[in-house]
Design a protein around this ligand. Structure first.
Ligand SMILES: C[S@@+](CC[C@H](N)C(=O)[O-])C[C@H]1O[C@@H](n2cnc3c(N)ncnc32)[C@H](O)[C@@H]1O
Length: 179
């Protein structure tokens, strides 16, 4: 299942409901851990990934409370960050992505599709307004791509590749300007 939200409170609530006992969760963009703190206790392992120093500071306080929580400080667009997470887990049950609800939807999609292709979550939960708007407005007019897909949280097209093939796709970010 792939779920999209925009309102941050709804995102936090929905993510908490989506996480089941004993799950492994990868959360991209936890910021101060407000979303993480709601569900972390239920999980076998939670890996939070954020590039900001604010996040690192906040997690310095949260980490000692939960033995099953790890923070990887790094940019989610960088394959080095993915490798650090792969050293902690190869798969996850839930992949949550909140890089900012108004963040460029093309970036959020590419980050999500790459991470989901590698860690193959049962559920993906994304927070992004542009993607939500796209889904509401888009219609498929080509029967050749309308299929029964398994109800999981990653795209078959991306997930069939090896992590190192996906690394090449991430390289494209080097051409993107980060404002
Ligand atoms: C809106 S905040 C997340 C809020 C959080 N989900 C909550 O419920 O409180 C977005 C976070 O995404 C992080 N972020 C944005 N782009 C990122 C990237 N490329 N790699 C890693 N973290 C990123 C930011 O540092 C920030 O902490």
């Amino acid at each position: 299942m792939i779920s999209i939200l925009y309102d941050v409170n709804r995102y936090r609530k929905f993510l908490n409901e989506r996480v089941n006992d004993g799950n492994t969760v990868i959360e991209l963009g936890p910021h101060l851990g407000e979303s993480t703190k709601l569900y972390v206790e239920k999980t076998k392992l939670t890996v939070a990934v954020d590039k900001s120093s604010q996040s690192e500071k906040a997690f310095d306080k949260i980490l000692p409370e939960f033995k099953n929580l790890r923070l990887v400080k790094g940019d989610a667009r960088n394959f080095e960050t993915i490798k650090k997470v792969m050293n902690l887990t190869q798969r996850c049950d839930v992949l949550a992505v909140d890089m900012g609800g108004g963040r460029f939807s093309d970036t959020v999609f590419k980050v999500w599709a790459t991470w989901a292709g590698i860690f193959r979550p049962k559920h993906s939960v994304l927070r992004n307004r542009g993607l939500a708007e796209f889904i509401q407005r888009a219609e498929i007019h080509d029967e050749s791509v309308i299929k029964e897909f398994p109800d999981d949280g990653w795209l078959a097209e991306w997930g069939r590749k090896t992590p190192y093939a996906l690394e090449k796709q991430l390289k494209e970010f080097e051409f993107w300007v980060d404002l």
